[in-house]
Ligand binder design. Structure first.
Ligand code: CUO
Length: 745
């Protein structure tokens, strides 16, 4: 049986395309006509299915998932889980390489049994020669301005298609012409921003490009498993927890955080939701500059929490770009698009001026230093100069938003010529430090790709520097007075945290094994699911119970929950002005307070910070078909639930758990409810097509220096705040998702 399959499914290389040859029989091509913009133009189709196929609807938005199915393979190769969906493509949609080989394609690819035919509506496609100029096997990085311009051109073309049918047709047309990674990036942003597709969940990138997320050694094992065993008997390929380094590398202690699939997916998704270039509609999302600051600030706070738990000091800012960088990183990832390994960076590498002609990149360390100094100058003078040479104040509320767009820099930067492109070019400088002028024809390292950047320790050092600039501004703002923190006649009288079957105020972390299907992204023969199994951090779900006394009329409150480490790296209590930057947000939600005593119970699984576990690790094919699956849809943007709580210590990691109820009347943003059916993880991601649902500055009440008489967290408290000590205990065991012990080695 297997031998027959092996013969039928031979691997074939065609002009740089890896495609899989199937059983063949002859068929024919046929003609029809289409109407677009009043034109009637005859069209030939590549008909691979013959007369007995089942047609499927062209207008179903879920057809877009087929664009993400083994994205490096051309669309005339059957798609879908069982490889039964065959595109009936207009022959002029084929890349020129294949247009002269139609009869050969028919000979090779027709004859799929029980095929479902998807006839593509032909249109007259807009010009895409500019984004097409990036080779299909080149590496694409949204941090490189030239690449960004190409991706923006493509995204705007896709968003601009008038109907869903035209959009889908254009997506088909682009699929085999555009660099596959740039295509997935641009198509995803278009789907998020088009009204006819914005409620479709995006397939997790870990399934589409698994090469971004897992050890390259697993591919050969996946292919072997697929080759020798039928789908029903295939075993998951286990990725060991420690594969990128050994314990000799001290930074490896927190590789579980840096290399976590959910964390990296979150970063990719955040930047899809908040692209930094494109038309105003695409970029100008409510408070995006401030959210750029807040999301990355929270990532750093979480990273530092994990570092302290693992007896590492807080991450050091990458301040001097002319000194060697201590941290090396060897990612051990392959790049399926470029068929190359991702470059590594040895310990002690230097950043250098980048001058790469092919990428049209030229940036000197001196440029970066100038931009940095101008930003500090602006912060200390309390105003920036816009591109019309006008002074724009960095005000108490909006200043951080202006600064976020200036520093990132996004298309909303008020003066890109003067303040430059500091953060993005930082990623570029770090990403090319091994080959800054391209003499070795090497591509960039993982830090220059949204989906992989958080794996590398240098990411956190760079963002600690970036965050330091933001904090410089924040720390100069007026401090919150007791009155601005308080909530008249409302008191928090009790807080406790209860994890399932555990003692009060103790949280538990442990390891868990989860599986990801790689078949959407890797070319197996025969097809069918092949899972990889990896180990990640997990915690016991818990409930926060809050007692609130309301001595006034019934009214609206906002509950804000944060947690921070209690002690610093030397085991000493923290100064509050340091600790305030380490608070990780756990949850934020509105409550209707009755007069008198209120008891609030809130599950950790309802957190406004996180998306459900299932969203990170689930195969989304067919998602939404069943009601229980529908609740997992969209909301791809959110911190992964399994990483909500930092890893504890065997004898407990002391932490401080903070709860505040603020005045809902002052916090509330009046706007129509979201038309999306999902529960948004709005704390880090906002709400699709709506304003950020909290009028306070992000991070409130820890986003400013504390008032001068509050040098400890306890002194900072007002009556509407509560504080308890919690202990985070880590058990060195590995469980499956049902809570049963599991050997994951
Ligand atoms: Cu998210 Cu630097 O922005 O990576």
């Amino acid at each position: 049986m297997e031998l027959r399959l092996l013969v039928v499914w031979g691997l074939l290389w065609l002009d740089g395309w890896l495609v899989q040859a199937q059983t063949f029989s002859s068929s024919n091509s046929e003609s029809s006509s289409f109407s677009w913009s009043g034109l009637n133009i005859p069209h030939n189709f590549l008909n691979l299915t013959g007369p007995k196929s089942n047609p499927i609807s062209f207008s179903n938005p879920k057809n877009l998932y087929l664009m993400f199915d083994r994205p490096t393979e051309p669309l005339f190769v059957p798609k879908g889980k069982d490889s039964k969906i065959v595109f009936k493509l207009p022959t002029d949609y084929l890349p020129s390489r294949f247009q002269s080989a139609v009869s050969e394609l028919i000979n090779r690819w027709s004859g799929v049994k029980n095929a479902q035919e998807l006839e593509v509506k032909p249109i007259k496609p807009p010009d895409i020669s500019f984004p097409q100029s990036l080779g299909r096997q080149e590496s694409f990085s949204p941090f490189i301005p030239h690449h960004r311009r190409m991706a923006t051109h493509l995204t705007e073309t896709l968003v601009g298609m008038r109907s869903f049918e035209d959009f889908f047709s254009m997506s088909v047309y682009c699929h085999d012409r555009i660099n596959p990674y740039m295509y997935a990036y641009a198509l995803s942003i278009a789907m998020i921003n088009r009204k006819d597709t914005q409620n479709l969940p995006l397939p997790p990138l870990s399934e589409v490009f698994p090469d971004r997320f897992m050890d390259s050694a697993v591919y050969a094992r996946c292919r072997r498993e697929a080759n020798v065993v039928g789908e029903g008997s295939r075993r998951p390929i286990v990725i060991p927890r420690d594969y990128t380094a050994s314990d000799l590398e001290i930074e490896h202690r927190i590789a579980y955080f840096r290399e976590d699939m959910g964390v990296n997916l979150m970063h990719w998704q955040w930047h899809l939701v908040y692209p930094n270039t494109g038309s105003i509609d695409l970029v100008n999302k409510n408070r995006r500059g401030e959210l750029f600051f807040y999301f990355h600030h929270q990532v750093l706070a979480r990273y530092n929490f994990e570092r302290l738990s693992n007896k590492l000091g807080r991450v050091k800012r990458l301040l001097n770009w002319r000194e060697p960088v201590e941290e090396g990183y060897f990612p051990k990832l392959d790049n399926v698009v470029s068929s190359r390994v991702w470059p590594q960076r040895h310990s002690g590498a230097f950043l250098r001026d980048v001058n790469r002609v092919l990428q049209r990149l030229k940036v000197d360390i001196q440029d970066m230093e100038r931009w940095r100094d101008r930003l500090y100058e602006a912060i200390h003078s309390g105003a920036i100069i816009n591109s019309r040479n006008e002074i724009v104040q960095l005000t108490e509320f909006e200043g951080i938003d202006i600064l976020g767009n200036l520093l990132e820099a996004s298309a909303l930067s008020l003066n890109p010529n003067y303040y430059g492109d500091l953060h993005n070019f930082g990623h570029v400088l770090m990403g090319y430090c091994h080959d800054p002028d391209g003499r070795h024809l090497e591509s960039f390292g993982v830090v220059a790709d949204f989906a992989t950047a958080m794996r590398d320790p240098i990411f956190y050092r760079w963002h600690a520097f970036v965050n330091g600039i933001f904090l410089e501004h924040k720390n100069l703002l007026p401090r919150y007075t007791v009155q601005r923190l308080g909530f008249d006649k409302v008191r928090v009288t009790g807080v406790e945290v209860i994890a399932k079957e555990s003692e009060r105020n103790t949280l538990f972390t442990f390891w868990q094994c989860s599986d990801v299907d790689t078949s959407r992204g890797i070319d197996f023969a025969p097809r069918g699911s092949v899972f990889v199994r990896f180990t990640h951090l997990q915690h016991l779900p818990f409930v926060t119970r809050i007692l609130i006394e309301n001595n006034g009329a019934p009214r609206l409150g906002t509950v804000r929950i944060f947690m921070a480490p209690k002690f610093d790296e030397r085991g000493l209590s923290m100064l509050f002005e340091d600790q305030k930057d380490l608070f990780i947000e756990i949850d934020k939600f509105a409550v209707q307070l009755n007069s008198g005593r209120n008891i609030i119970r809130r599950s950790s699984e309802e957190s406004s910070v996180t998306i459900p576990y299932q969203r990170s690790f689930r195969n989304l094919t067919g998602v939404g078909d069943k009601p229980e699956e529908a609740s997992y849809t969209f909301c791809g943007c959110g911190w992964p639930q399994h990483m909500l709580i930092p890893k504890g210590q065997a004898d407990g990691l002391p932490a401080e758990y903070f709860v505040m109820v603020s005045d809902g009347a002052q916090d509330k943003v009046d706007q129509p409810p979201s038309d999306n059916t999902c529960r948004p993880a709005h704390s880090y991601c906002g709400i699709q097509n709506r304003n950020y649902p909290d009028r306070r500055n992000m991070g409130y009440p820890f986003d400013r220096m504390p008032r001068v008489d509050a040098s400890t967290l306890r002194e900072f408290l007002t009556p509407n705040m509560g504080l308890i000590d919690v202990n985070i205990v880590h058990h060195e065991i590995t469980l499956d998702h049902k809570g049963q012990p599991m050997d994951c080695t």
